[in-house]
Design a protein around this ligand. Structure first.
Ligand code: ATP
Ligand code: MG
Length: 265
């Protein structure tokens, strides 16, 4: 069964459009994201996924329509306060190269003026959460880490100020498949344990199926379909959604065949 969104969504898009000159990056966007949901936006390059994400924490403003956060119009909320509640992870990690791992993770708590002892405790706790033992990683420089480890630090940094909402823009895209699977599974567990609400952008339908409670498929700035992984698989709205689910379906079928062959001989 599909996850029904709770009565009061934590994030709601109401008829949102974003126009750049002659380009409609998104239009007629209506989304409701429930507290605790793991929500995935998927679609081809240029369909408006990043634009959608950036409007949630006011990195970009809608041209028309409204975005509600806990029922309040985001355009009336202080962007600084908003970004404190909302963690953001980019594809390019963007760690400060001249700061240690620990200092990178401590950025938000420092800006917020937390007592130093609390920051030390929080940084250690975060490095444990993302599975980079502090005794080994706290004092390393970003250049001394693999891409996957850097992305883990980026994740810890985004979680530092205890956000309730996490926005993630293709956070695992630059990683090799194994590292990517590992980190994605770890992140899903973190999402559940910390009771976060996550909106994650990806190109990868297999990743979407493995992670999401609900998925919105976008194309040319519009929503094509929203549903649980089961709903998309069992009732794709059109040929475009069908083409997106084709790859994971083919892979799963082929693997199942191989396992049957293996088991039968
Ligand atoms: N700052 C900007 N100025 C002008 N046009 C922009 C700007 N940002 C995005 N666009 C345009 O808006 C459309 C949607 O862009 P967006 O970055 O949201 O796509 P996307 O789905 O995230 O793509 P990708 O998968 O390649 O990251 C594109 O046509 C893009 O060229
Ligand atoms: Mg993008």
């Amino acid at each position: 069964m599909a996850h029904a969104p709770a009565a009061a969504p934590i994030i709601a898009f109401q008829e949102v459009a974003k126009v750049y000159g002659d380009t409609a990056a998104v239009r007629g966007l209506n989304l409701t994201i429930a507290t605790g949901e793991f929500y995935v936006l998927i679609g081809p390059s240029g369909c408006g996924k990043s634009t959608t994400l950036h409007m949630v924490n006011r990195l970009s403003e809608p041209s028309s329509g409204r975005i509600l956060i806990d029922g309040a119009d985001a355009s009336t909320l202080n962007p600084v306060g908003l970004r404190r509640e909302i963690g953001f992870v980019f594809q390019a990690v963007g760690l400060f190269p001249h700061l240690t791992v620990g200092e990178n993770v401590a950025i938000a708590p420092r800006l917020l003026g937390w007592p130093p002892a609390d920051i030390v405790t929080r940084v250690a706790e975060l490095l444990e959460i993302v599975r980079l033992p502090p005794q080994a990683y706290l004092h390393r420089m970003p250049a001394e880490l693999s891409g996957g480890q850097q992305q883990r630090v980026g994740l810890a940094r985004a979680l530092a100020a205890r956000p309730r909402i996490m926005l993630m823009d293709e956070p695992f895209a630059a990683l090799d498949p194994l590292t990517r699977d590992d980190l994605a599974a770890d992140y899903r567990a973190i999402h559940d344990r910390l009771g976060l609400t996550t909106v994650l952008v990806t190109h990868d339908m297999t990743e979407a199926f493995l992670l999401a409670d609900r998925i919105t498929v976008m194309h040319s700035g519009e929503v094509v379909q929203t549903g649980s992984p089961q709903e998309l698989l069992n009732a794709p709205a059109d040929d475009f959604v069908r083409s997106l689910i084709d790859t994971p379906r083919r892979r799963a079928k082929r693997l199942a065949e191989l396992m049957h062959v293996g088991a039968g001989t």
